[in-house]
Design a protein around this ligand. Structure first.
Ligand code: ADP
Ligand code: MG
Length: 247
């Protein structure tokens, strides 16, 4: 397999904050339709890595190729248009709009919120909204004001807003934080469904959840990769045991 076959090929990536290397010569490849989970102690650089991929933070060196296109130096909105979606830890839904409207404003044809609201909702957009609503399990909540949804449902709605753009790479930072056991299970099923059509990177602390969803696990520590492989392989890796027992 050559590097050009990966959805995401990160090589020798670094970023420093005031001389502190938050990401240190990191190399990571993500396959098409892969669900990769990144774990690691607090401060390992997990969120910073996602910031670098989506363009929120500028790298100091290295390369990030998405479907063989170099991302470094590319503006954040252009990366979104190329097919990169990122969900942050705090949800950013429109609480006073319905689930339907939240999905509608996320349809790529609407360049601004106002443009999207004014834009007449034709049948293809409406069909796409229904398709996504079904995927995130909110098909019965389309008319519900988003502010009235449960915590878990709000998280799924935000994932749905990203899915409206049909991204080829979706990144989620701690998606099950604060969720009930039932919501966690439904989220695992949701992630299984959505990685059939795209690659997904999830940062997560909950090891039962990681075991449940991961195709492959990457363990980060001090801006570097400590171990990578199946959940079983990384769990039994002496360096990983060291780092986790040491904290
Ligand atoms: P994780 O998500 O694995 O807990 P982070 O990526 O948030 O870790 O942080 C990695 C390290 O980089 C931490 O020491 C953090 O304080 C530092 N850091 C992250 N972003 C910035 C920034 N914008 N400016 C300065 N330091 C930062
Ligand atoms: Mg983080």
């Amino acid at each position: 397999m050559s590097n050009t076959d990966f959805t995401l090929a990160i090589e020798d990536l670094s970023v420093s904050f005031d001389g502190f290397k938050a990401i240190d010569a990191l190399t990571l490849y993500v396959d098409k339709n892969e669900l990769r989970v990144i774990i690691g102690p607090n401060g390992a650089g997990k969120t910073t890595l996602l910031d670098l991929i989506c363009g929120k933070t500028r790298a100091s060196g290295g390369s990030i190729k998405f479907k063989n296109t170099e991302l470094l130096g590319m503006a954040e909105y252009r990366r979104v248009r190329l097919g990169i979606g990122r969900k942050f830890q705090t949800p950013s839904i429109y609480e006073n709009l319905s689930v339907f409207k939240n999905l509608e404003v996320s349809f790529p044809r609407g360049r601004s919120v106002f443009g999207a609201l004014a834009f007449e909702c034709d049948q293809s957009v409406s069909a796409r909204i229904r398709e996504v609503a079904e995927e995130i399990g909110l098909e019965d909540k389309l008319d519900t004001e988003a502010g009235l949804l449960s915590h878990g449902q709000k998280q799924w709605l935000e994932i749905g807003m990203l899915l409206m753009q049909n991204p080829e790479l979706l990144m989620l930072d701690e998606p099950i934080a604060g969720m009930s056991a039932k919501e966690r299970e439904l989220t695992a099923e949701l992630l299984e469904r959505i990685c059939k059509n795209r690659s997904v990177i999830v940062i997560e602390h909950d090891m039962d959840f990681v075991k449940r969803i991961a195709h492959k696990v990457t363990v980060m520590h001090q801006g570097k990769i400590l171990a990578e492989g199946s959940m079983e392989q990384v769990q039994n890796h002496p360096k990983v045991i060291d780092v986790y027992l040491g904290h």
